[in-house]
Design a protein around this ligand. Structure first.
Ligand code: FMN
Length: 178
C-alpha cells in the first residue's frame, strides 16, 4: 500500500478480534516509528509493548475509570484489551521532544494501516492523574519518563460506523497570510 492510500484509509479502530498481533508486525510498526523526525535528532521515544492479557485487562479498567472520571460518553472498551497495546513514552519534558514522540506515533498508525491492521491513538487514561499514576506503577515507568499516548493495534473487519468526513483542505488553507 502506498503512503497516500494508507493515510486515506487509516481510521481509528475501536473493535478488534481477540487475536494476537504477531511480533513481526509489531516490530515492523515500531521500526517505522523510530524512523520519525525528532527535534535535534534526539529520538526521545520509548515504547512499551503490552501483550500480556492480565496487564491489558488492568489497563482497560484504568481506561474505563478515566472515562467515567472525565464524564466521557460510554464506549465499548474491549479494544483496549483485544489487540496489542503500545505505550508511547518520552524521555524529555520539552514540548519539542513530545512532538517528536507524537510523530513516531503517527508513523505507527500509517504503518499499521499499510499492514492491514486496525489502530487507534488513545489519551484518555493519561488525562486522568490517578490513571496515569496507576499506569506508571503497573508498567514500572521511571519518574523521568513521560507516557504520552496509548496506541492500540489489532485485527478487525469492522468498517468505521460513520466514515468521518474530514474538513476539506479549502476550509483550512491560507495562502501567504491568514
Ligand atoms: C491525541 C489523540 C488522542 C485520542 N484519544 C482517544 C481516546 O482516548 N479514546 C478514543 O476512543 N479515541 C481517541 N482518539 C481518536 C480520535 O477520536 C479520532 O482520531 C478522531 O475521532 C478522528 O477519527 P479518525 O482517527 O478515524 O480519523 C484520539 C486521537 C488523538 C489524535
Amino acid at each position: 500500500m502506498d503512503a497516500f492510500k494508507a493515510m486515506e484509509t487509516r481510521h481509528t479502530t475501536r473493535s478488534y478480534h481477540d487475536k494476537t498481533v504477531p511480533q513481526a508486525a509489531i516490530q515492523k510498526i515500531l521500526g517505522a516509528a523510530v524512523k520519525a523526525p525528532s527535534s535535534m535528532n534526539q529520538q526521545p521515544w520509548h515504547f512499551i509493548v503490552v501483550n500480556a492479557k492480565d496487564a491489558k485487562a488492568k489497563i482497560r479498567r484504568l481506561y474505563d475509570q478515566a472515562r467515567k472520571e472525565l464524564n466521557y460518553y460510554e464506549q465499548d472498551t474491549s479494544f483496549m484489551e483485544n489487540g496489542a497495546l503500545v505505550v508511547v513514552c518520552c524521555n524529555s519534558a520539552g514540548d519539542d521532544q513530545r512532538f517528536s514522540c507524537l510523530m513516531a506515533a503517527q508513523n505507527m498508525l500509517i504503518a499499521a494501516t499499510a499492514l492491514g491492521l486496525g489502530s487507534g491513538p488513545s489519551i484518555t487514561l493519561l488525562q486522568s492523574k490517578e490513571g496515569a499514576k496507576k499506569l506508571r506503577r503497573l508498567l514500572g515507568i521511571p519518574k523521568k519518563i513521560a507516557p504520552l499516548l496509548l496506541v492500540t493495534l489489532g485485527y478487525t473487519d469492522k468498517k468505521p460506523a460513520h466514515y468521518k468526513k474530514k474538513k476539506g483542505l479549502k476550509k483550512v488553507l491560507h495562502e501567504n497570510r491568514w
